[in-house]
Design a protein around this ligand. Structure first.
Ligand code: NAX
Length: 323
């Protein structure tokens, strides 16, 4: 059965990476035909046409039809998987609260379009920032779709944490397991290695607490800014790669001996307010996710997690008229 995959902001940096990787079979494999529905705003439609032409020129085996549009109801028509990447960037003099409100409008329109037009079992990944609260808005505007279908991307933060641990311990990233990112995709996120393993050893026993608190955690939290500083542009290929990791694991299952990090609607686990889109350690199986339960959280972890929860509650308050 062919699958319909929507990408919003498809002419942007991340969209340009994502579309080709999905079309080449890196999400659902070579044997599943994917029909891409690419959404952009009107001024970017010409550029999007160029993206569609390049997709055609790749002659990918797994690619079916490509639709380009600026109409959300067309873009989300029969959608099985949606990557909500397009968002308004923070302009000069814009406060974080202005950014929230500007983007809130976009995600409320897209939530309604998903509700009316998508497959009822759709899986939605919000990448566009502020991703967690945008996912909340989209979900609230799609009352006929299970809220568990909406998630926000923390996988880039998760992968960044793994990469930093591998570098520090001179190991390969494949040897690092059970990293968790808790909270919001912002600098309040809590990269947690309390239960992480490097090979068969506890990461905590190999690393100084001072390095964890004063080097590792802030580095992961601020890695996005470090990339902008170096590249002059924000992370794009790594973000698209993380988006594929997120959706692929959700659909096909994550490794049995490992966790991933996904921001999903809180069910109250670990005392987090219900409903906010909060990142937890997650296991995916049978096309569903579940929160890893029963972890001990020390005082430092609890305080860090609470700070990120507070921020998400403030964000929810700022856009409550759209919920
Ligand atoms: P770009 O500015 O290159 O692309 C965004 C695209 O979205 C543009 O082509 C724009 O025309 C389009 N767009 C804007 N409003 C739209 C709408 N209403 N409907 C459809 N398309 C619309 O940004 P890019 O570097 O691709 O980043 C996209 C988003 O990802 C940003 O919000 C960015 O902050 C966010 N990120 C989130 C990450 C995460 O881990 N959650 C990491 C990477 C990235 O920074």
């Amino acid at each position: 059965m062919p699958k319909t995959i929507t990408i919003t902001g498809a002419a942007g940096q991340i969209g340009y990476q994502l579309a080709f990787r999905i079309a080449s079979g890196q999400l659902l494999g070579q044997e599943t035909t994917v029909n891409l529905k690419l959404l952009e705003i009107k001024p970017a439609l010409e550029a999007l046409k160029g993206v569609a032409m390049e997709l055609e020129d790749c002659a990918f085996k797994a690619l079916g039809e490509v639709t380009i549009t600026d109409d959300p109801s067309i873009a989300f028509g029969d959608s099985d998987f949606a990557f909500l990447v397009g968002a308004k960037p923070r302009g000069p003099g814009m406060e974080r609260s202005d950014l929230l409100i500007e983007n809130a409008q976009i995600f409320s329109i897209q939530g309604k379009a998903i509700n009316r037009n998508a497959n009822k079992n759709i899986k939605v990944l919000v990448v566009g920032n502020p991703a967690n609260t945008n996912a909340l808005i989209a979900s609230a505007n799609a009352p006929d779709i299970n809220p568990r279908s909406f998630s926000a991307m923390m996988r880039l933060d998760h992968n960044r944490a793994i990469a930093q641990l591998a570098k520090k311990t001179n190991t390969h990233s494949s040897q690092i397991k059970k990293v968790a990112i808790w909270g919001n995709h912002s600098t309040t996120q809590y990269p947690d290695i309390t239960n992480s393993l490097i090979g068969s050893e506890k990461a905590k026993s190999m690393l100084a607490q001072d390095w964890i608190e004063n080097d590792f955690i802030p580095r992961v939290q601020k890695r996005g800014a470090e990339i902008i500083q170096a590249r002059g542009l924000s992370s794009a290929a790594s973000a698209a790669s993380a988006a594929i990791d997120h959706m692929k694991d959700w659909e096909l299952g994550s490794s049995e001996d490992d966790w991933v990090s996904m921001a999903i609607p809180s069910d109250g686990s670990y005392g987090i307010s219900e409903g906010i889109i909060f990142s937890y350690p997650i296991i995916c199986k049978d096309s569903k996710y579940s929160i890893v339960q029963g972890l001990d959280l020390d005082k430092f972890s609890l305080e860090s997690i609470k700070a990120s929860e507070e921020e998400l509650l403030e964000e929810r308050e700022a856009i409550k008229h759209l919920l």
